[in-house]
Design a protein. Sequence first.
Length: 201
Amino acid sequence: MSEEAALYARVSTENQELDTQVEKLKEWAEDEGYNAYLYKEKISGKDDDREQFQEMMQKVQGGGYDVVAVTKIDRFGRSTRHILQNIDQVEESGAAFVTTDQFLDTRDEQGLMGELMKQFLSMFADFERRMIRQRMEEGFRKAQEEGRVGNSRKFTASQVEELRNNYDRGWSYKQLHSWVKGKPDYPDDVAYDTVRNAVQG
């Protein structure tokens, strides 16, 4: 019995084409002997409402697929940390993850190389986090010097980092906004747009 593969193709805007990704994914699945199920959408990776992605991941977590394939790793999330978290969810569900155009394949026969690539991504995610924190702290200090922060409705640099970390874990802006309102150490009456702007920087 053939194994099942979820193929995920995404572009960020409506005027971009999915044809190349779809063709490559279908060709890969045929060459590898998988029964393929295609998910495709035109939406930014930063958008929380990626319906096709969420539908696919729900089936993956339910054990519905043996492998998830994309052409390139940046199709699978909004940041390095988010991509790693998504890959972990796939593997925890018992499926493998493959990028057809890049050197990442976590299937058994390629397990060592796939693990090496994941370790590299993890190190890069840590570097990315440190750079973001440094930029936030520099920007916050500059804003303080210019008198643009300091009232009770502003977030501190560490609070912004916490918000971004939760966003990278998959939280929506709505969830973040509700969470902030229940935190005694955060500013009172923070607007939804204030939370979103803090995350987007």
